[in-house]
Write a protein that binds this ligand. Sequence first.
Ligand code: PTJ
Length: 250
Amino acid sequence: MIPKDHPRYESLMMREKLVEGYKRGITVLQGLIAHGRGEMFDYVLGEKSHDFALRAEKVAVALMLLSKGPVISVNGNTAVLVPKEISELSRLLNAPLEVNVFHFSKERVDKIKSYLEKFGATVLANCDAELKGLSHARRIVDRRGIYVADTVLVPLEDGDRCEILKRHGKKVIAIDLNPLSRTAMKADVTIVDNIVRAIPNMVKFAEELRNCSRDELEEIVSNYDNRETLRLALDAIKENLTKMIENLYK
Ligand code: PTJ
């Protein structure tokens, strides 16, 4: 039991969810390692949603609302960290969830699907098509989902697939706390924020924007520069580290 007054309560609860997810066969051990890398970046970013992240979250929602066939890709970490929130986002954006994992087994995919369905989500997991040009398991997709989607939201992605999705002509929105990752660099919109804050923020933006006209949505998306987002994220890390050094001498 983690006491609620523990100064790192939120962070420790995230770990508990991932460990529980591992016991259920949803999260993989490698996912726990990946989370550790994310925690480190979140720490040096100050564990908050910066303005550049909020901007990217808003642009991402507008882009998905403008898309003909948006899909939200879900892996093991995402499924246990934000099942309710991502199901709500999927409903608001009319974008199905699709289980797409790096560490593939049909049994695992089905477990993630049934877990998410408990939260009322529409979940694609047919594994009946392949993205050409990718040798690892993330090539295995659903013919009705990522395969034909024009925009894909990919939380906690590995760099290869982001590149392939782009090569297949899709717009890619990434959620990745590491602004230096290949995914972060290659995506059209990179949300440098913890998924546990990013998805609830996106739910709020979806509620706000879903009745906007196409012109209004296009206005939000226009002039967005992803390189600027990455630069601001790196600046934020630099400023935080500088503050931390100054605090050492106070
Ligand atoms: O469920 P599977 O089989 O698809 O496996 C999932 C993992 C996460 C193991 C797989 O996708 C993987 O290996 O990912 P990477 O290449 O380690 O990339 C994960 C990225 O997500 C890293 O850059 C982390 O910094 C980032 N990250 C980790 N936790 C979070 C995060 N970003 C946002 N929010 C987090 N909570």
